[in-house]
Design a protein around this ligand. Structure first.
Ligand code: MEV
Length: 438
């Protein structure tokens, strides 16, 4: 392959011709790229413009998980995910908990953070004094940018100078807290920070006798531990009486707690445990056009806040009562960004009743806790593979190019057997051989 110049200026067909020359794509792949374009040009343009160098679309299924009872309201959750068992797991869990009080959620805060990183060659106390004298001026300088957000209940809520780290002498940052109402607010925060940075350097460059200030960068932080939501389910342990033929209700609750406790202390288990939480949360974040990379990065940092990686959820069992809770930072929006542009994100928000950002935080946490509950329930009873492989059967049958009749027979055959790819492949071979001999 050769270095290509001006690729972004090529038309779609020029891009594909170039790709074809360089990689010798099969005709089938070229056709797939074509058939996955949206049939309506205007809509395709919307999808194409979400990114750069677009040549096709990449579909993921949007599924529905009904029966989510959240703070007394029944909801259906739109979930975008490629893993076959996630929507089913969310739905099972939602239905179970809808019959036992539902999910209870609570937003603990919605503060976002931005930083202007800079160096200052002078005395730290002088820097602090200059900052204190000029703080109001600095804030006033960005009012044209914050006015609209303030009308919506947002804006800057605090601004401080922090020294960066003992390993980084003379490095500081302006630590700015924001509220961004129903927007995720990344663009708003970054624009305000860049303006604050330029005001700050202008203020200090007039008088260099005290020291020199150099701006390094201005950027929001995706770590938002003060944009925090809690979600829990609770019930008497007797509600678990039918969870497993091998476990009594109390045994189930105790084993569930043991599984959760392991994730509290063992990072190897905690990562997988939290992955199960993000199965549910990411699916909703994606469906609603939010930034799953930001949500994931923040959640995992929060899971490490006490010095070692731990689980985001906790279980308490005492005196016959079971409480399963999740606390997770979430920075999401329901206006602006992709939420207003992507047709499926708009549809998902409508399915949810056009929630506020705070409500979306709560719904997302409920999806996370629901999936976490289903995963642990399977792990401590049947094992994860039984349900997983059953859900995956369709994908494997497609991969093995099974006909309708073969699919029907294989589904029946594996209904009560443990499924693996090699067993399925051997089974299909056997019925194909049988057919040839007949
Ligand atoms: C699979 O996507 C997620 C699980 O591994 C989560 C867990 O182990 O808790 C089942």
């Amino acid at each position: 392959m050769q270095i290509v110049n001006g690729f972004s200026k090529f038309s779609r067909s020029e891009k594909l011709n170039w790709l074809n020359r360089e990689t010798n794509l099969s005709q089938q792949t070229l056709e797939i790229l074509d058939t996955h374009l949206h049939r309506e040009e205007a809509i395709q343009e919307v999808y194409g413009d979400l990114s750069e160098n677009t040549v096709s679309n990449y579909y993921l299924p949007l599924g529905l998980a009904p029966n989510f009872l959240i703070n007394g309201d029944l909801m259906t959750l739109p979930m975008v995910i490629e893993e076959s068992s996630v929507v089913a797991a969310a739905s099972h869990s939602a239905k179970f908990w809808a019959l036992h009080g539902g999910f209870h959620t609570n937003v603990l805060g919605t503060s976002k953070v931005g930083q202007v990183h800079f160096t200052w060659s002078g005395d730290p106390e002088t820097l602090q004094a200059i900052f204190n004298q000029n703080m109001v001026l600095l804030l006033n300088s960005v009012t044209p940018m914050t006015r609209k957000m303030e009308k919506r209940g947002g804006g800057i809520t605090s601004m401080e100078i922090h020294s960066a780290h003992p390993e980084l002498p003379r490095h500081y940052h302006l630590f700015v807290r924001f509220k961004t109402a129903d927007a995720m607010g990344a663009n708003f925060i970054n624009s305000v920070l860049e303006s604050l940075a330029s005001q700050l350097s202008q203020m200090l460059e007039n008088d260099v006798s005290e020291g020199r200030l150099e701006i390094i960068m201005s950027i929001l932080s995706n770590y938002t531990p003060e944009s925090l939501v809690q979600c829990y389910v609770e019930a008497k342990t007797e509600v678990f009486r039918n969870m497993s033929p091998e476990l009594s209700a109390d045994q189930f609750a105790r084993k569930f707690q043991q599984a959760a406790d392991i994730a509290t202390h063992d990072p190897y288990r905690a990562v997988t445990h939290n992955k199960g939480i993000f199965n549910g949360m990411d699916a909703l974040i994606l469906a609603t056009g939010n930034d799953f990379r930001a949500v994931e990065a923040c959640g995992h940092a929060y899971a490490s806040r006490n010095g070692s990686y731990s689980s985001l959820s906790r279980v308490d069992v005492s005196e016959g009562s079971f409480r399963f809770s999740l606390e997770v930072p979430l920075s999401v929006g329901t206006v602006g960004g992709l939420t207003g542009v992507h047709p499926m994100a708009r549809a998902s928000l409508e399915i949810l009743g056009n929630p506020s950002a705070e409500l979306l935080m709560q719904i997302t946490a409920a999806a996370g806790l629901a999936n976490n509950f289903s995963a642990i329930r399977s792990l401590i009873t049947t094992g994860i593979q039984q349900g997983h492989m059953k859900m995956h059967l369709g994908n494997m049958l497609r991969q093995l190019k099974a006909s309708k009749e073969e699919t029907r027979r294989a589904t029946r055959y594996f209904a009560n057997r443990t499924l693996s790819y090699s067993d399925l492949s051997a089974y299909l071979d056997s019925i194909r051989n049988q057919n040839q001999q007949e």
